[in-house]
Ligand binder design. Structure first.
Ligand code: CO
Ligand code: CO
Ligand code: CO
Length: 317
């Protein structure tokens, strides 16, 4: 896309330039439309669980902009030999998750493909003044992450049959959790900036926020919630290919303190499926946001702060 000219329109509030989670277009003074699309190959064998995870992941980009999803459409690719039962399971998972989000599935498109894939296009509406972008973090803000990291590593281990039942259940619960609760909390409190942590990992999506906001993000590695089994799997070399490409892509824009272990940095580069929200909030609102997040069904924590732009866009200590 970067080789094609960027189209402009005065009502386009968020376009392609800032690598944000969704596009936002102002319809009139009180309504903006939010649009996004996401789909991928199965991360787990269970069709119903995969459907829920894929839907939660697709819906997340609308939550990350501060909106509630309203309309969704299925995108389904399936091989000839995939049973009807399995396709029904995936679609039921998607349907149930969209229903939980309070949105409607209003159509979709299905094609035959060698590998199954599922996801949604999602549309939401909100007041144009309330739109939350990934490029408005302010110096002095604190950074909050609303789900633990490590599901990419665990998904890789699931495929190699190296994960016990308890860890599997922990990971799918995190991936199936909607970011709705976290979105409601941040919108109630009022925050500066947000993005969801997905394929580029905490550091990749953090870098988009840092560059878009012209600041440096400083993370305290010891405070970052990480699924503990992901750390030991990383230690054994169970790391998804995406983590290596994220490390390569981010390159020298991040600096690590001496006490940050290799396994820990692997988890920070780990591509997340249906990850949590990375929120930048004014220091004086930290306590009220943490209070609003209490009762969340996933682990959340203050993981760092926003500082003046340094040589490195991200500092991990
Ligand atoms: Co965003
Ligand atoms: Co996103
Ligand atoms: Co996305």
């Amino acid at each position: 896309m970067c080789e094609l000219p960027v189209e402009r329109d005065e009502n386009l509030i968020v376009g392609i330039e800032t690598s944000d989670d969704a596009a936002v277009y102002k319809i009139n003074d009180t309504t903006a439309i939010i649009q996004t699309v996401d789909f991928f190959t199965p991360v787990v064998d269970d069709p119903y669980i995969f459907g829920q995870i894929a839907a939660a992941n697709s819906l997340s980009d609308v939550y990350a902009m501060g909106a509630d999803p309203k309309l969704a459409m299925n995108i389904v690719c399936f091989p000839k030999n995939l049973s009807q039962e399995k396709i029904k399971g995936i679609l039921k998972g998607g349907y149930d998750k969209v229903k939980e989000a309070g949105a409607l599935i209003v159509g979709g498109h299905t094609i035959e493909d060698d590998e199954p894939k599922f996801g949604l296009t999602v549309t939401g509406f909100m007041h144009p003044d309330d739109v939350v972008t990934n490029c408005n973090a302010k110096v002095g803000d604190v950074l909050i992450l609303t789900k633990p990291l490590g599901v990419g590593i665990i998904n890789t281990a699931i495929k190699a049959d190296m994960v016990d039942d308890e860890t599997y259940k922990k990971a799918i619960k995190i991936m199936m959790t909607l970011n709705k609760f976290a979105k409601d909390a941040m919108m109630k409190v009022g925050i500066h900036s947000c993005t969801d942590v997905t394929g580029f990992g905490l550091l990749g999506h953090g870098l988009e926020m840092a560059e878009g906001s012209d600041v440096t993000l400083k993370f305290n590695s010891q405070d970052i919630p990480i699924i503990k089994e992901a750390l030991s799997l990383a230690d054994m070399g169970i790391i998804p290919a995406g983590a290596y490409s994220n490390r390569c892509f981010i390159g020298t824009k991040v600096s690590f303190g001496e006490n940050v272990s290799q396994q820990l940095s692997d988890c920070l580069y780990d591509p997340q499926t249906s990850g949590g929200l990375l929120i930048s909030v004014a220091k004086e609102k930290e306590d009220v946001l943490l209070k609003a997040l209490a009762g969340s069904s996933t682990e959340y924590a203050v993981i760092g702060e926003v500082i003046q732009k340094q040589k490195h866009m991200i500092i991990v200590e």
